[in-house]
Each structure stands twice: as C-alpha cells, then as structure tokens.
Design a protein around this ligand. Structure first.
Ligand SMILES: Cc1cc2nc3c(=O)[nH]c(=O)nc-3n(C[C@H](O)[C@H](O)[C@H](O)COP(=O)(O)O)c2cc1C
Length: 357
C-alpha cells in the first residue's frame, strides 16, 4: 500500500482536511481517521482490509495500491501544489458547442453583474490632488502606436487562410532569436545566454517556447508544430486533433475556425537551473505575458484580429505538444486570423438580442 503523493493536509479544528490537489477532492477527517492515517503514513504496510477506516482511506484514494510517481519538480512543494492544483480544472459542464457556450457565458455574466462590483477607486489612493499630464504625442514612426491602439480581443474569425510569410514574420518578431541583435552582444553575458527576443526574458534564459497550431496556413500542412527560435524553423509535432479547437480551450467554441494559434510553454527546468526559489514560477507567467503581447501587436500590425486564453485542458494540450510529464508546461494560448473585429461572436450577439427582445 502507498500514500498518494498528491496530498496536503490542513489542520482545521476539530478535524484535518486532506486535499488531493491533482484530483481536486477534499476529505475532512476526525481524530480517529487522522490518527489511523498518521500510523499508515508512518508504515503503509500496516494496511488492514478488515479495518473500515483503512478501506475508506483507500476508497478516497488517500491510500493507493499502486505506487504513483510524482513528476520532477525543481522548486518547493508549495509551488508544485499550486501548479498541479490549478491544472485540469473540473468543469461541471464544458460547453459542447457555440450555443451552449453562449448560454453558459451569458448566465455567468448575469450572475457576476448581479453581485456588488468592487469599488471603482482604489481606497488607499482616494486622497491627493491629480496632476494633469500633457496629451500624448504621436510617435515618430507611428506603426507601434497604431498597433497598440488597434489591438483588441476578437471573438469572431472568418477562418480565411493565413499566408506562410505572415506566420514567419509573426513568429520571428515575437518568438525568434533576433539575428539583428547578434552584433550588439554584451561581452559580460555568459556563454549560452546571448540569444535575444523582441520581449524581455527572465534571467535571459528564454524559458518560454512556442508551439504553432496551424489550422489554415497557405503552404503548411494543418498540424501542431514546434517553433525553433534559433533556426527560425518549424518541425511537425502532431496532426491537428480530431475534436474542435474549442474543446481544448475551455469549451470556447467561437474559436473553432481560428486559422492560427500558438501555445506558449515554459521550460521550468531552465528556471530551476538558475533560480532556486519558487518565486521564479511567477516569472514564467510574466514572460509568457510579454510574448503574448508581442505576438498580438505583430499580428495586429499585419492586419489580423487576435484572441488569447489561459483556459485549456492541460493534460490534452500536453499530449498534443508531446510534453506530457516533462518540465515543459503549457501556460497560455494566443491566436490570430482575419476577423470582422467583433468582441462577441455572432451566436452571442443573437442570444443577447433574443434576451433583450
Ligand atoms: C490573462 C488573460 C486571460 C484571458 N482569457 C480569456 C479567455 O479565456 N477567453 C476570452 O475570450 N478572452 C480572454 N482574455 C481577453 C480579455 O477578455 C480581454 O483582453 C478583455 O476583455 C479586454 O479586451 P481587449 O483585449 O479587447 O482590450 C484574456 C485576457 C488576458 C490578459
């Protein structure tokens, strides 16, 4: 008999909460159960099939017959609990199609808007006179200003094919190691840490990577591709999954015909190597955010609408990217394509009209 490695125990008088952070289940144990569990933790071989508590602990998967291996993790248990505990969030009912999604999302928004909203003003900043700032001036070359002003989250895409040339531009300017920066190398930077992207990177480690989801790209077979930033090249990882893209992305089916997407992953092992403290876990997400924004600005400048999400089925995405059980983990998804620029998909707009009528 074994103790499930994905447990943590919270003291909550009069009992103890045993939390399985992988399965997202909790059990409240009284003194009898916690005393018995303490004995079994000390020696799992004391397991006794005649003991009702032991049988119940096994049924609750606090004990397991087979040994469960826990994945490699280079930071502390706290960050591991958080990382695994926020993966594969169970959803009472994942929307199966765009109509279900629209209805569920509308219900959710209605519920949220019926609750009192947080204060508009930040309480601590209520005092102090405002110092008016000059009107913003135009940038010398306003293409950046335009991209910043025009970027918006679109939820309605035509599905039209994207030229491979645009995909290459997008990947190079957001994820590629910039050749243009090779000549401005700083001699004091350690060997192996010279590569630079358009976005900053925690410790210069370039811990984030990108996997392209090509649904409709001219000159590229549909599929999942790893992007190699040093060579500015792609390699096929997997064909497209049979199920709709929305199934992978939290049931957000308005995205089913998005022609191009990018899963942003982080190589935690690179961060473990340099940063011992789990605070570096936060940096992985910050870096992914920078890369996502760069991707969106380039896509906007190329005339595409953009969309992004952190809601996906982690285990399915990991399998698709062939990184299951590895220290490389998917963090975010960003995509783009020809769009009518609508923030809401047509089905949601129809539903809103129907509800308002
Ligand atoms: C971290 C993050 C997660 C997001 N997740 C989703 C998402 O799951 N689905 C979605 O449709 N939009 C998502 N968005 C987009 C936001 O809803 C959008 O940025 C916000 O409504 C403001 O609109 P704008 O991007 O057009 O300025 C996300 C944005 C961020 C920054």
């Amino acid at each position: 008999m074994h103790i499930n490695p994905y447990l943590f125990i919270l003291p909550r008088t009069p009992g103890q909460i045993v939390w399985n952070y992988k399965n997202h289940t909790q059990h409240e144990l009284d003194l009898n159960y916690t005393s018995r569990l303490a004995r079994l933790i000390d020696n799992p071989n004391l397991f006794d099939r005649q003991n009702i508590i032991d049988v119940q602990l096994l049924k609750a998967e606090i004990l397991t017959i087979a040994k469960i291996d826990s994945p490699q993790w280079g930071w502390d248990e706290l960050s591991k609990i958080y990382h695994i505990g926020t993966q594969n969030i169970p959803c009472a009912r994942t929307p199966q199609n765009i109509h279900e999604w629209s209805r569920q999302y509308l219900d959710h928004c209605t519920e949220v808007l019926n609750k009192p909203a947080p204060a508009q003003q930040r309480p601590a900043l209520n005092t102090g006179q405002r110092i008016a700032l000059p009107a913003p001036c135009g940038l010398t070359d306003d293409s950046l200003g335009n991209a910043l002003r025009q970027r918006k989250t679109c939820r309605s895409f035509t599905g039209e094919a994207i030229p491979l040339r645009d995909v290459a531009t997008l990947l190079y300017l957001s994820f590629g190691f910039l050749h243009e920066r090779e000549n401005s190398r700083d001699d004091c930077i350690a060997h192996g840490l010279h590569a630079r992207r358009s976005s900053p990177s925690g410790g210069g480690l370039n811990a984030c990577e990108g996997f392209v989801l090509a649904r409709n790209v001219c000159g590229l077979e549909p599929g999942l591709y790893a992007y190699h930033p040093a060579e500015h090249a792609l390699s096929l990882t997997n064909p497209l999954p049979e199920s709709a893209l929305g199934d992978l992305l939290g049931g957000q089916h308005f995205i089913n015909n998005l022609p191009l997407g990018l899963f942003i992953t982080a190589r935690f092992d690179r961060l473990w190597w340099k940063y011992e403290h789990s605070r570096a876990y936060r940096m992985a997400f910050v870096e992914a955010g920078h890369l996502s924004q760069s991707f969106q600005l380039v896509a906007t400048a190329l005339g595409f609408g953009t969309w992004l999400t952190g809601a996906f089925a982690d285990d399915r995405v990991e399998a698709l990217l062939k990184i299951e059980g590895s220290p490389e983990q998917p963090l975010f998804f960003v995509g783009c394509g020809a769009s009518d620029g609508q923030a809401m998909c047509r089905e949601m707009q129809d539903l809103l009209r129907e509800v308002q009528a």
